[in-house]
Design a protein around this ligand. Structure first.
Ligand code: HEC
Ligand code: HEC
Length: 504
């Protein structure tokens, strides 16, 4: 009996903090009725489309591809609105592509591809060829809701040998919310940095003297450029961005400058669907066919389907992604957490987390254009990333919009603990093993597991894995009193998604 009392007392002690919290008794506040009805109508309409699409596909295989994607000619002719493209893109994102749509390849004798019959899917990617390892975008981007993150089992094993899982360079799928404003921010930052370079060159030439230019954009410092009197540029002191000064906001390493490129890359690497424009580039000798296949460019992956991801389909997907909602800060509803939330927010800046994870970057211009690549004469599609599509959107502020993404869109050395096994080839120069783009923290609460390979099950695990340029901030966290550490976690978990009703 004595030991039982002792054990209970011990348990009581262990549970003390939790026991002190009052039980959750929160009134559920419903949004206004009209808003609820609109959200429910959207969810039901999407559900009905899914059921219709399923039947259509059973009745007439391949027909659905026509139905969910606009060909570029159709976009040129019908001029669909952003809302039309959103609907089509939404369906396309979840659509399970099939061999008759061009899924996979018929390249079992091509060294970089797998050795199975069409569609030749496999788990581990090979070099720049990729997998393919999936049938739909939503196969990997679904944790935390539509267009969300990936779970550990959905990790991509990129640039491996096509066979052994240990050969792949692991990447967790990030959530895709807010990529429209992020794309626009990167475009503005690139323009600012490149304008500074142009001014430097002009000044050095005019003065006949060397000039040093400090590179900053949106309050983020990217080192400096030394310009010689003849206008030649020394980039050795440029930091956090490739030497061409193009801010590449996509991918864990920040390897991809634009959403269109990211979408083409995803189609090819994960679904084995080659963009029509890439086939065109192969025919023109602009693109080496080594990562594509070994047969005629018209069906370079030899699966009998020539038009796999045409310009219109890529445009539809880009227009859709650019209109996704942005994550939000959702204050804890239970009053007891509110003071902790404030303490956590203060700690986040006082220990230096916010020097990389910038709580907000100002977007000046929300107008985003997605243009077809091959048919340069075709109509571009215009999206207002601060209004079109799913709400909520970045907040309007004087002179623009506050994009609360918690990133500086800059690359950092994160130390040997976080280094990948290999450097990553990229436009603008290879990206070193331990270099990663500051991952935006918006939506964090709904996107576990964390870090580029999903190694961190909790936010705390992710923080203590920080090294390199983030050493001091990590130490600041580790040395903070336990209560402050907990407060920081409460604060970070307020970075979340707005709940949307879903009809399964
Ligand atoms: C097999 C899993 C998988 C599938 C399927 C997949 N993705 Fe991804 N996606 C990833 C991973 C992993 C990354 C991170 C890539 C990197 O770091 O280089 C990513 C990154 C992205 C990004 C950049 C996001 C950011 O913030 O960096 C976009 C956009 C994207 N995917 C869109 C798509 C689209 C569109 C499709 C369908 C055509 C798709 N993905 C299919 C795994 C997947
Ligand atoms: C030097 C810049 C830098 C500093 C300072 C920094 N971080 Fe990070 N943070 C990063 C980078 C880069 C990544 C992505 C690393 C990776 O995936 O390997 C990251 C990832 C994260 C993640 C995981 C995000 C996800 O979606 O997987 C969390 C959480 C995080 N940081 C929180 C913090 C906190 C809290 C602090 C302060 C103690 C902090 N960071 C300080 C650069 C920084």
């Amino acid at each position: 009996m004595k030991w039982l009392v002792a054990a209970l007392a011990l348990l009581g002690c262990r549970n003390e903090p939790a026991a002190r919290l009052p039980a959750l008794q929160l009134p559920v506040v419903l949004p206004p009725l009209a808003e609820q009805q609109a959200a429910l109508a959207d969810a039901l309409a999407k559900h009905h489309r899914t059921v219709f699409d399923r039947n259509l596909d059973a009745h007439d295989p391949g027909e659905l591809r026509e139905h969910i994607a606009y060909y570029q000619q159709t976009i040129d002719r019908l001029k669909p609105s952003p809302a039309d493209l959103f609907r089509a893109g939404d369906d396309q994102f979840a659509y399970q592509f099939r061999p008759e749509n061009g899924l996979g390849n018929g390249l079992r004798d091509f060294p970089a591809a797998g050795n199975r019959p069409t569609p030749n899917l496999r788990r581990v990617a090979n070099g720049e060829f990729g997998g393919p390892e999936a049938m739909a975008c939503a196969d990997c981007h679904s944790v935390g809701g539509d267009d969300g993150a990936g779970s550990l089992t959905q990790n991509v094993m990129q640039r491996g040998d096509g066979d052994r899982t240990s050969s792949g360079d692991l990447r967790s799928a990030p959530a895709l919310l807010g990529v429209g404003p992020v794309q626009r921010l990167a475009i503005e930052m690139t323009a600012e940095l490149q304008a500074a370079r142009a001014t430097g060159i002009e000044q050095a030439r005019a003065a006949g003297m060397p000039v040093t230019i400090m590179l900053t954009s949106k309050g983020v410092a990217f080192g400096e450029l030394a310009v010689a009197p003849n206008g030649s540029v020394d980039t050795t002191k440029v930091v956090g961005v490739a030497n061409d000064l193009v801010v590449r906001p996509f991918g864990w390493k920040g390897h991809q400058a634009n959403l269109r490129g990211m979408v083409r890359e995803a189609f090819r690497l994960h679904l084995g669907m080659v963009a029509t424009v890439e086939q065109e580039w192969i025919s023109q000798g602009i693109l080496a066919p080594t990562a594509y296949g070994n047969v005629l460019w018209t069906d370079v992956d030899n699966d009998g389907v020539s038009t796999e991801a045409d310009d219109g389909m890529v445009t539809t997907m880009v227009a859709y992604l650019a209109q996704l909602e942005v994550p939000v800060t959702r204050l804890p509803q239970q009053p007891i957490f509110l003071p902790m939330w404030s303490v956590g927010r203060d700690l986040f800046s006082s220990i230096g987390c916010s020097s990389c994870h910038r709580p907000s970057l100002q977007l000046n211009d929300a107008h985003f254009v997605t243009a077809p690549e091959m048919k340069v004469a075709g109509s571009p599609v215009h999206i207002d990333v601060a209004h079109d599509g799913l709400q909520p959107k970045p907040t309007a502020i004087p002179g623009g919009f506050a994009v609360e993404l918690f990133s500086d869109l800059k690359r950092h050395h994160m130390g040997p603990g976080l280094a990948a096994a290999m450097a990553q080839p990229a436009e603008g120069g290879a990206i070193a093993n331990d270099v990663w783009l500051t991952r935006p923290l918006w939506g964090l609460a709904d996107s576990a597991p964390y870090l580029h390979d999903g190694r961190a099950a909790t936010v705390r695990d992710a923080i203590v894995a920080h090294g390199g340029e983030a050493d001091a901030a990590r130490l600041g966290f580790e040395q903070a009193p336990a209560a402050h550490q907990q407060a920081l976690l409460v604060y970070l978990l307020s970075l979340a998604r707005t709940p949307h009703p879903v009809v399964p």
